[in-house]
Write a protein that binds this ligand. Structure first.
Ligand code: GLU
Length: 428
């Protein structure tokens, strides 16, 4: 029998159903929360540099806004599917709820490969995306942000289009904006740092010390970069980093027994996280197969790339030295792999808790943009640490008290909060 292709939305629903059962949620609440409230699917026509026209497919999915306006990134990816966007929108609802910020869950996407688009074409795509959903998004409805292969410049083009349509300055419409143009200090670092704040708490509980800890990271984009930065600042050593190489159309793992330094990594990568082979060689990094990151004898694995990266097929390759999985990506671990971790007693910091630093800082950015008063970086990062630490401790405490897996404990807290908001509003 042919294997069914991986469907992240089915995985998100499967995770939800299991916890809904444990929480004994009523039928209507389950029906409401296992599907998005609204979705927009649209065409974005773009005039290309050569004068031809190309039509791109775009999406915005609003999973739930009972606790506040929807919030979540926009992805540019050639293999984007609406089910991926649905899953990610659902996880955003749980993410905002678990860190207790007053926002709901949304996600957007465009099927495209920005590597093959000029800046002008990317700008046209961003503006076209906004034109299609301009009346369904906004500071009080749904607030986009960067995600896979989108960054501050994309956000600013989108903001400019939105403001032109609405004929007002509305910087709270979008987050992840450049500094000085409504962005928050610390937003660039926030997701990666948040991963390490939660990891620090997990390591404390396990009696592990950063000075003896090693990590292998999958990904070299924004989340991976700043996770590597803070992990090494805390005294740990990152011995392997795996990333996609757009020239060779494959991924490689780079290994260094002395540790991969943040500054060297930043020097070696382009804006999409592709490592230059020459720089890697000059840094003395060894080049291995793209899958080798998972087999390293390290203390911590940080999957910080895409979904479905640790699954039933490769979970057995993880070495017994690995004590913690810190999920920087969204949906990196499938339910099969979760089962193996549960049995082996590996501590998994679940994605929607572990990588919630980005959206938490986006919330701070929105507060700053809406009040037109901007905070110092230390203030942003210290507020971020407080939120992430409190969320981690609440999840960990529940996991211990109810003797449940960390992902289930995080789901219990998040789902209960969202279900309660729906109940209080009289929706169910
Ligand atoms: N795209 C990020 C995420 O998946 C950030 C979302 C946001 O800042 O709204 O959490």
């Amino acid at each position: 029998m042919e294997k069914k292709p991986f469907n992240p939305f089915e995985m998100a629903q499967q995770q939800f159903d299991a916890v809904a059962e444990q929480l004994d949620l009523d039928r209507a609440t389950r029906d409401l929360l296992r599907n998005p409230m609204r979705e927009y699917h649209f065409n974005i026509p773009v005039c290309m540099d050569d004068g031809s026209h190309k039509v791109f497919r775009g999406f915005r999915v609003q999973h739930n806004d009972a606790r506040g306006p929807c919030k979540g990134g926009i992805r540019f990816h050639p293999q984007e599917t609406v089910d991926t966007v649905r899953a990610l929108a659902t996880w955003m609802t749980w993410k905002c709820a678990v860190v207790n910020i007053p926002l709901g869950g949304g996600k957007g996407g465009v099927i495209c490969d920005p590597h093959n688009l000029s800046d002008r074409e990317q700008e046209a795509l961003c503006r076209g995306w906004v034109r299609q959903v301009a009346s369904n998004v906004g500071p009080l409805q749904d607030v986009p942000a960067p995600d896979v292969m989108t960054h501050g410049q994309h956000m600013l083009w989108m903001l400019d289009e939105f403001e032109a349509i609405h004929r007002q300055r509305l910087p709270g419409f979008i987050t992840g904006k450049p500094i000085g143009m409504g962005g928050s200090l610390g937003r660039t670092e926030a997701t990666g740092y948040g991963v390490i704040y939660t990891l620090r708490e997990a390591m404390k509980e396990l009696g592990l010390d950063f000075s003896n800890a090693t990590a292998s990271v999958q990904g070299a984009g924004n989340v991976a970069q700043y996770a590597i930065d803070l992990f090494t600042r805390y005294g740990g050593k990152v011995v392997a980093v795996a990333c996609w190489d757009n020239n060779d159309k494959t991924s490689y793992t780079y290994r260094s027994a002395d540790g991969i330094k943040f500054a060297d990594l930043m020097d070696a990568i382009d804006k999409f996280g592709t490592v230059s082979q020459n720089r890697a060689k000059a840094n003395g990094w060894e080049r291995l197969d793209g899958n080798a990151w998972i087999e390293q004898p390290v203390t911590v694995l940080i999957p910080a790339a895409l979904d479905n990266m640790i699954n039933g097929e490769n979970v057995g390759k993880i070495k017994p030295s690995v004590k913690v999985i810190a999920e920087g990506a969204n949906g990196p671990t499938t339910p099969d792999a979760d089962k193996a971790f549960r049995e082996r007693g590996v501590l998994v910091i679940p994605d929607f808790l572990c990588n919630a630093g980005g959206v938490t800082c986006s919330y701070f950015e929105q507060v700053q943009s809406n009040t037109n008063y901007y905070w110092e970086k230390e203030e942003v990062l210290s507020k971020l640490d407080t939120k992430m630490t409190a969320a981690y401790r609440a999840v960990s405490e529940l996991a211990r008290r109810r003797e449940v897996y960390m992902r289930d404990a995080a789901y219990m807290i998040a789902i209960s909060r969202v279900a309660e908001a729906c109940r209080l509003r009289g929706w169910v």
